[in-house]
Design a protein around this ligand. Structure first.
Ligand SMILES: Nc1nc2c(ncn2[C@@H]2O[C@H](COP(=O)(O)OP(=O)(O)OP(=O)(O)O)[C@@H](O)[C@H]2O)c(=O)[nH]1
Ligand SMILES: [Mg+2]
Length: 442
């Protein structure tokens, strides 16, 4: 039996109310020892108003919710004590409960128990964190879709399609004498894998869009000295955050700022102008700038529209050529030439709306991705790639005319990777799937 755990669910600051959560088989009996009502008889979700007290001393007047497991968040008996919002009160109650035998909960332990007790799957558990950490309402909405199970639902049809082929193969192997069973042949397997691959590609594309909505885009602003990188950062942020002067080599350290463009957070990194330099401090800044380029999702390579392209610009064009990038011609108010399709801005005039639109469209964020459930974190996307990899191998095996039982090895791999996305660890349920599809016992 697991310990009974306790923790304050709200921030440890003065506020109107605070919530203490207790979960575990002893939750009702422990809390009953210090509460005016007896919770041990509770059979369904019940609310109480009463006093927390110990040794004849009142600690606080509280509202208390008792959830009889499994009808609770963790699936265990859960008590939520809503106290007045002083850390002194919550600390005192927690200390008493610890003294009575409860244990302080580890980070995420309530959610971990909910997952262990099949109240939520892994995608939903991750969504709880996403809900709390969301910094835009769009990111919060996506997290809510995952939390409510809608993201988990989109992987189910693919899981079933793989189970379909696997069950057909297994029945062919185990019951070759049944003539009325469809034959699992090479063409049929390849065509089924091709269809599943299309579904996976769609999920990966939608997941990548969701990831951007959730996490934003890391944008490195780079260029030779004095082209207006810091001015561009300031224009995005609409504040004078970075120092701007006409001295080449003004910025040394990275200057960061974030801005919300159409619900997408751009994490902007203004960097030192890149050039050959003997100055010790500037050299460190240039090194940091190069590192920022490597880590960025997008590079804004800033050129000076009022001057000619120099060797330094050309080196930077070469250095960033494999990155996702936009070439930004700044100082458009002074511009010499007018290149077709080039992006012109005037950072000094603080208008970067054209650039903002280019960035959003470069990442192909569709309107509907703001409202669409998706598998959008690195773990989920990595596992979708793994599914794709296994399907590729299974298709290769089929094309090479390997026996169906060997083809099924990689199909099992794909199936298990899907289970892993959902946090289900073994493919025991595949056996149930197989027998639910075929009436092999007739
Ligand atoms: N006319 C005009 N001047 C600009 C524009 N943007 C920046 N400047 C000027 O260009 C000079 C350099 O600007 P910064 O923003 O400091 O340039 P930087 O690229 O950050 O320079 P370093 O930090 O030295 O690499 C300043 O005098 C700015 O006022 C613009 O759009 N138009
Ligand atoms: Mg600068």
């Amino acid at each position: 039996m697991l310990d009974t755990i306790v923790a304050v669910a709200t921030a440890p600051i003065k506020s109107a109310l605070a919530i203490i959560r207790v979960s575990g088989s002893d939750a009702f009996s422990l809390v009953s020892k210090i509460f005016t009502s007896d919770l041990t008889k509770v059979t369904k979700r019940t609310s109480f108003f009463g006093k927390i007290r110990t040794n004849g001393k009142n600690i606080d007047e509280v509202v208390l919710l008792a959830y009889k497991g499994p009808q609770s968040f963790t699936g265990e008996d859960v008590v939520e004590i809503i106290t007045h919002g002083s850390p002194l009160i919550t600390n005192e109650i927690i200390e008493i409960l610890l003294g009575l035998g409860a244990r302080i909960a580890l980070n995420g332990e309530f959610s971990a128990r909910a997952y262990a007790n099949n109240k939520i799957d892994l995608i939903q558990a991750e969504a709880i964190n996403d809900m709390i950490n969301a910094t835009t309402k769009e990111a919060k909405n996506l997290a809510l879709l995952s939390l409510s199970g809608e993201a988990s639902a989109i992987i189910q049809p693919i899981k079933e399609k793989i189970a379909d082929i696997l069950s057909l193969i297994e029945v062919n192997i185990d019951y070759p004498e049944y003539e009325d069973i469809e034959q699992a042949n090479k063409e049929m397997i390849i065509s089924a894998i091709d269809k599943i691959n299309l579904d996976i590609a769609k999920l990966i594309n939608e997941g990548n869009q969701g990831k951007i909505i959730k996490e934003g885009i890391n944008v490195a602003i780079v260029g030779k000295p004095n082209v207006g990188k810091s001015s561009l950062l300031n224009a995005f942020l609409q504040e004078e955050k970075a120092i701007v002067t006409d001295i080449a080599g003004t910025t040394r350290d990275i200057v960061e700022g974030s801005v919300n463009v159409k619900g997408i957070t751009l994490h902007l990194f203004d960097t030192a102008g890149i050039r050959e330099s003997q100055d010790r401090v500037e050299k460190i800044g240039i090194h940091k700038a190069k590192k920022t380029i490597e880590d960025a999702d997008l590079v804004l390579l800033v050129l000076d529209a009022s001057g000619k392209l120099t060797k330094e610009d050309e080196d930077l064009l070469e250095m960033t050529k494999d990155k996702k990038r936009l070439i930004v011609h700044n100082k458009a108010d002074l511009k010499l030439d007018d290149k077709k399709d080039a992006i012109y801005v005037s950072a000094i005039q603080k208008d970067v709306s054209v650039l903002e639109e280019k960035i959003i469209s470069l990442f192909g964020i569709e309107e509907k991705s703001y409202f669409r459930p998706s598998l959008n974190n690195a773990r989920q996307l990595g596992l979708l790639e793994k599914v794709r990899e296994y399907l590729k191998l299974a298709k290769r095996d089929a094309e090479e005319d390997l026996p169906v039982d060997l083809i099924s090895v990689n199909l099992h791999g794909a199936y298990n990777a899907i289970l892993e996305i959902l946090g289900e660890h073994n493919d025991n349920d595949l056996t149930d799937e197989i027998f639910s599809r075929f009436c092999v016992g007739k």
